[in-house]
Ligand binder design. Sequence first.
Ligand code: ATP
Length: 133
Amino acid sequence: MKTLIVSVVTPDGPVMEDTFEMVSCKAENGELGVLPGHIPLVAPLTISVVRLKASDRTDRIAVSGGFLEVRPDKVTILAQSAELPSDIDVERARKAKERAERRLQTKQDDIDFRRAELSLRRALNRLDIAQNR
Ligand code: ATP
């Protein structure tokens, strides 16, 4: 077994499905590299970039939380949102970043602070993947 089918799904529908040699991602308890034949597992994902390595290229997808499901021949990424670099609206992400930063500067309750923090992390993750495309 040399390859894996990788399927990326969000609440809005499928984002992509293709064959890759390796999946690298950031699970909540650390970096995870998945090769074909990996033991089955389910892991929560952080707001981060998933790297999908094929023989001729590496695709990157910005995900904002969700789950990784691994089976020996298939990886399913069930994400709250998932964007390829070409899908990112940079202006929208910049505005989201500024909005979140403004909210973090004003005194407010813990829930709003946490929400702003997560929003900032999503925006930075999107800008990161878009700027390195
Ligand atoms: P915003 O405040 O700009 O809506 P957000 O982080 O709150 O950002 P999400 O709730 O994570 O947005 O995503 C809602 C939907 O919008 C998802 O389908 C996501 O893929 C898409 N999306 C969010 N930001 C961007 C962006 N900068 N470029 C492209 N798609 C985006």
